[in-house]
Design a protein around this ligand. Sequence first.
Ligand code: PGA
Length: 310
Amino acid sequence: MRHSTLRQLEVFETIARLGSFTRAAEELFLTQPTVSMQIKKLTDAVGLTLFEQVGKKIYLTDAGRALHQTCRDIFEHLARFEMVAADMKGLKAGKLRLAVVTTAKYFAPRLLGMFCQQYPGVEVSLKVANRECLLERLADNQDDLYILGQPPEEVDAVAQAFLENPLVVLAPINHPLANKKRISLKRIAEEPFLSREPGSGTRIATERIFSEQGLKLKIRMELGSNEAIKQTIIGGLGISVLSHHTLGLDASMGQLAVLDVEGFPIHRHWYYAYPSGKQLSIVAQAFLGYLQQAPRFLVEGSSQYANISH
Ligand code: PGA
């Protein structure tokens, strides 16, 4: 193994992550024969098969899986050292890998934009996925920081609230309930309901409030995106519960009404989180410092949080 190069490990890690020699070659700007040659040399050095091919798919062998984890540890340490070195040079440079739940995409890009203006040397990657997928990534320590709608309970993590995340009941603007006051949860449960997909934090919070009252929603349709739900509400197929953030950035607000329902808005928060014991990179620490001021930045940028009226 001693004669293996970092380059070989990088090629191996990329194939293992992407599950494909071709895509790894593209990501690394290498030719496919070069990629195959690097893997052959690495395999010879290890003395065990690293990949096996079944049909067109590539799978890691047990040795491959162990080496993949080792590579990730090595690259994480190296990245941390690079950032320490950069910081020593007086630059806040390096990489920030942020993963956020689907609904946070309504504000996370703006937050990142403002952060990158402050630290132009920082390279950012943003992964957007639903809560369930994010918790898997967190348990697997795949990113630097996570933003989600409820502190992770399933994984041992550090979590801190930094921004409000009210959930509201949305209906088409011409819905008979649109002008009613103090609508009961029971009445809402009678309406056809458009639900987010299983694994969504919005869905979990919504189902909880109804089941606490012994009520069950009449789910008419399940959709995997907030945008699709908003369009389906406008199309008249049902009502839904979504984060107020989903109303922030486009013109659909004029076609949607926020209903005045008992127990709503559900007062939730956005949390940042990372696995307990993780040593945060300098850039991630700078981003956390910046997040403490996030509500001020976002409210200055938009007045959406001031007017959750019905
Ligand atoms: P979701 O998460 O986008 O997966 O629904 C949002 C939340 O947890 O509030």
